[in-house]
Design a protein around this ligand. Structure first.
Ligand code: ZN
Length: 409
């Protein structure tokens, strides 16, 4: 089977080349939107690349000066987006015709040539060349590991224009041995990272929070009543403690069942093949959680494990070390990055809710763990509140929301 990686590389683009790239991007987006409109015409959505090719190729070639492979890439983009909308409709979700506005352009081997220090890219008017701007320390960067590795072959790239920079997301692949044919069909598998805690019982890497308020309320109520009864010290009181206990336990379980259902639904809606938690063994020491919380975390894990099984979703635990202190954006780890609910990276300035940052780290840790091994059926990305991020930190927006504004982080 093939193992694929995406490496983000910044490009040094002069103003003349930048103008040509901008024109090419405009034409590419126009072509993708033209084909998309065609796909949504009529009574049925057309998702077949062949049909869309037959219906639109000539028109687009006539209307734009794009390289023929850019025309095909734009058509593929439209077909994939149409498919994704159709899949949502089938799941009973709302989705409308995609409209691409975010500046990007898809390259393949016919439209791009990857050299050691620079890339040559096709535009609407000949080719331009741009140097790679590589990080100083090559050590441990994905560039060194994949892009410059002889084991990896460059298959294509996506050019993005973000925050004033031209970024090339270079796709690399290598062949790895696989034991089973099922492992061949694992592209686009993603993991949902989940952080467990006291204030928020669970926070998912998709940005969904489940507060601990309800659970806390019942737990305090229960402890007060048990305290009252214990003061009596009679046999009657003892029996009552047990009955209150059973009742409360039932209530807790109901809450936890609801949360576990919602979490599994979250994973399914986001097409995740794995739900990753931190290892629960020492969770009290790490989070200051009560025994009641630990009990709740364990139940939640168990419920999710058996409910997820029905949908072929695996539930896994990862090493919890530093998941709350590590920056999910740049990897910098420091205890002062976190101050209760707020995470602010001392190195790169990334700010977000501390539990959300931890949930992303848990997903990323699972990803890195599976990708260092043979990792046959390993997921390739962590699902975020919008799009996915892979183990190299490269971000892919969801196909249907390209052009929407808003931060994926
Ligand atoms: Zn950072």
């Amino acid at each position: 089977m093939e193992k694929r990686r995406t490496v983000p590389v910044k490009l040094d683009v002069d103003s003349h080349s930048a103008a040509l790239l901008e024109d090419t991007v405009d034409e590419f987006l126009w072509a993708a939107n033209y084909v998309t409109r065609h796909a949504f015409e009529g009574d049925f959505v057309t998702t077949s690349k062949t049909t869309l090719h037959d219906d639109t190729y000539e028109d687009v070639r006539e209307e734009t000066p794009l390289h023929s492979n850019h025309v095909q890439a734009a058509r593929n983009k439209a077909a994939d987006a149409a498919k994704s909308v159709l899949a949502k409709w089938k799941r009973g979700k709302k989705a409308s015709m995609p409209y691409f506005t975010s500046p990007h352009l898809v390259y393949d081997h016919r439209t791009a040539t990857f050299h050691d220090d620079y890339v040559s890219l096709a535009t609407v008017d000949g080719r331009i060349e741009a140097d790679y701007v590589l990080p100083d320390e090559e050590r441990e960067t994905p560039h060194a590991e994949y892009f410059f590795s002889e084991e990896y072959e460059t298959t294509g790239a996506e050019l993005h224009y973000t925050n004033g920079n031209w970024m090339l997301h270079i796709h690399c692949k290598t062949d790895v041995e696989s034991d089973t044919p099922e492992q061949e069909t694992t592209e686009n598998r993603t993991v949902l990272g989940v952080d467990l805690g006291v204030t928020n019982l669970a926070v998912a890497s998709t940005g969904t929070f489940w507060t601990g308020e309800e659970f806390d309320h019942w737990r305090r109520e229960y402890e007060n009543r048990r305290g009252d009864l214990q003061e009596h010290g009679t046999r009657w009181a003892h029996e009552n403690i047990q009955s209150v206990g059973r009742k409360e336990e039932g209530r807790f379980k109901l809450t936890l069942h609801r949360i576990s259902n919602e979490l599994v639904a979250e994973a399914r809606e986001n097409e995740c093949s794995v739900i990753a938690f931190e290892d629960l063994t020492d969770i009290r020491e790490r989070t200051g959680a009560s025994w009641g919380h630990k009990w709740a975390f364990n139940r939640l894990y168990e419920y999710i494990e058996y409910k997820a099984e029905e949908y072929d979703i695996n539930v896994e635990q990862v090493d919890p070390e530093n998941t709350s202190r590590r920056c999910s954006e740049c990897g910098f780890t420091h205890p002062d990055n976190r101050e209760s609910e707020d995470f602010e990276c001392l190195k790169c300035g990334y700010e977000n809710h501390a539990d959300y940052n931890a949930a992303k780290n848990i997903g990323l840790r699972y990803l890195r763990r599976t990708q260092t091994g043979a990792g046959g059926g390993a997921p390739v990305g962590v699902r975020l509140n919008s799009g996915t991020v892979n183990a190299n930190g490269a971000y892919d927006p969801p196909a249907d929301s390209v052009g929407q504004s808003g931060s994926p982080r």
